[in-house]
Design a protein around this ligand. Structure first.
Ligand SMILES: CC(C)(COP(=O)(O)OP(=O)(O)OC[C@H]1O[C@@H](n2cnc3c(N)ncnc32)[C@H](O)[C@@H]1OP(=O)(O)O)[C@@H](O)C(=O)NCCC(=O)NCCS
Length: 289
């Protein structure tokens, strides 16, 4: 009892969500900042609610209409899950999919069943004590992003890495500026591989909070893949993070067999799936028409 729900109003509420998830050891603040700010104009599709107890945020639920939800909850307040799912069911009466980072929260008892075919993410980690130096093939160079003036080319290489014919990336120079303005973004942790001619080819954005860095996102333009560029950009970002106090790093990578490249890239530079943490997606309700 004693919970108060309120609707997400803006970046201050994201800070409360980041603090709650960091306290619980679930989502890293950088992952939430990236996800909330990588695109412009999505807020109407993303009804989000926060729950407070004794003035402290203890859970949040972030819908992605038409039917998905990310949910995070302080383990000491697991009993709140039913109310949070009720809020989502009020928004989406049809088929619903709810994703949680596996921290012991199971949704089976709320009428949901775990999806057997949904993609999932595993958490990979790496200690930063023994970090190899980045090595680049001839014709490329590494540098950190210098500031807002880099936003257009930084967004361009992101789009090159992540766009498919069916799903062109919606990251733009404008949305990248929004990411750059978000806490805890630091351009010293945002690394680019460029050709000697100055064309961006690969990147790694790391975020730092409380001694742990997270990678979100990493990518290479398809024209430059399998030359070690993502690995080099990531090692450069990790060296920078270590210089700023990070002792370890983590990343969520697809764990299902349909998308092995990201996990293979992180494993090639020493990341491992140690702690068993992974995302789980639960489904419920009738099919959407
Ligand atoms: C995943 C991705 C970043 C890899 O970029 P890359 O520059 O080609 O990666 P690297 O050359 O540094 O790869 C290093 C190693 O990772 C492994 N690897 C990379 N891509 C792989 C693939 N498609 N299949 C299997 N192993 C792969 C290999 O061991 C590779 O070494 P090798 O080429 O000597 O065998 C790139 O494919 C990409 O941008 N994908 C789309 C965006 C994405 O999924 N980003 C990651 C999640 S945020």
């Amino acid at each position: 009892m004693g919970y108060r729900r309120y609707d997400y109003r803006g970046p201050d509420d994201l800070r409360a969500m980041q603090a709650m998830s960091a306290r619980a050891g679930h989502w890293h603040p950088g992952e939430l900042a990236w996800s909330r700010f990588e695109h412009i104009g999505r807020e109407p599709e993303w009804p989000t609610a926060l729950w407070e107890h004794d003035g402290r945020t203890v859970g949040w639920a972030w819908a992605q209409l038409p039917g998905s939800l990310d949910l995070d909850l302080d383990p000491e307040h697991r009993g709140l899950a039913g109310e949070m799912l009720g809020w989502f069911a009020g928004l989406v009466p049809g088929e619903r999919a709810v994703t949680v980072l596996d921290g012991g929260l199971r949704l089976d008892r709320y009428g949901y069943r775990e999806s057997e075919d949904a993609p999932f993410f595993v958490r990979l980690r790496r200690d930063l004590a023994d970090l190899p130096e980045p090595v680049l093939p001839a014709g490329y160079r590494l540098r950190a992003v210098s500031g807002p003036e880099d936003a257009p080319q930084r967004a361009r290489v992101h789009r090159a890495a992540f766009s498919t014919p069916e799903h062109p990336s919606r990251v733009s120079a404008q949305s990248y500026l929004q990411v750059m303005g978000a806490w805890p973004y630091r351009s010293e942790l945002d690394w680019l591989v460029e050709t000697d001619g100055g064309e961006p080819a690969a990147f790694c954005l790391a975020w730092l909070d409380g001694g742990e860095a997270v990678l979100e996102p990493v990518g290479t333009d398809p024209a430059h893949r399998r030359r070690g560029l993502a690995g080099a950009a990531t090692l450069a970002a990790l060296h920078a993070a270590r210089g700023l106090g990070a002792r370890s790093a983590r990343v969520n990578a697809r764990g299902d067999d349909a998308y092995p490249s990201a996990r293979a890239t992180y494993e090639s530079i020493g990341f491992r799936h140690h702690d068993g943490i992974r995302s789980r997606t639960y489904v419920s309700g009738r099919k959407l028409m």
